[in-house]
Design a binder for this molecule. Sequence first.
Ligand code: ADE
Ligand code: ZN
Length: 338
Amino acid sequence: MSFIKRFIEEMPKAELHLHIEGTLEPEMMLALAKRNKVKLPYASLEDVRKAYEFSCLQDFLDVYYLGMSVLLTSDDFFDLAYAYLEKMNAQNVRHVEVFFDPQGHTERGVSFDTVMTGLTNAFDKAKRDFGISSKLIMCFLRHLPEDSAFETLESACKCKSYIHGVGLDSSENGHPPSKFERVFKQARESGFVAVAHAGEEGPPAYVSEALDLLQIKRIDHGNRLLEDGALTRRVADSGMAMTVCPLSNKRLQVVEDLSNHPLRKMLKAGLRPTINSDDPSYFGGYMNENYLALQTALDLNLDEIIQLGRNSFLGSFMTDKEKQKSLDDFDLFTQKFR
Ligand code: ADE
Ligand code: ZN
């Protein structure tokens, strides 16, 4: 095995852009469909995998919402999240900040409490079993109306100690951040930190709106902000992290090929990109597979990999003390490895 591959696999790292519903592997999808008597349009694992050809974000989202329809009980959410955390332990991921989409469940009659119970039990167990720390970020689905987001925020306020932040995901084009300005204001006033998917498929103006109107503290994706030089300088000067998702970008045709991925441009522009998996079961890889695919495609060198690993902790929402401890551990690892 090459030196850099082993380095990537063993490097301690944090994942900052992961939709827990996007970790639903086809095997678990079919098993839960059987357990919960949910009808899916797939007769076999092969059928499921065949559905995973996407020409754009919306193509994927249709399959993603269908997949999550098998999640009904808190045990289902526990099993889903714990399976992800076991994989992260095996990949030396030490900290995760995880999105969930409550409206994708409450719209189907699954209660907010059912989702929270399963997820929080899994994250607590992973802390005990593996020492993996975590934060939950609740996303508003941007294709739904503002009213539904306000209702969801009300539920989140009842379990505030378990939810660190709010995010914005789902169909980007046609649903600008401005649609959610008021609900984000209320969320921030209630103590949630704000993030948003912006500039994945949408224009740089959506990134500016997310910064100005939603007052986000981290940009999810952000690829297209590079089209605007002044915006690029603004984000670089702010030191704000971006959660970049290489295999997702490839599978959703955000980039034609990983060899055209803008990651190195981001580093050269002084931005703070991090590597993440987004929806790993749909896009063909978890954290290490994302690092490895991009390292190979762009021939990233060790210093660049180290920068990306450090960024994952620097860009996290850990306390300064937790960050320092993680960075000290990270630096110790790199010194020993060399
Ligand atoms: N929901 C799950 N994955 C997403 C993505 N990559 N973009 C927007 N919404 C999502
Ligand atoms: Zn995402």
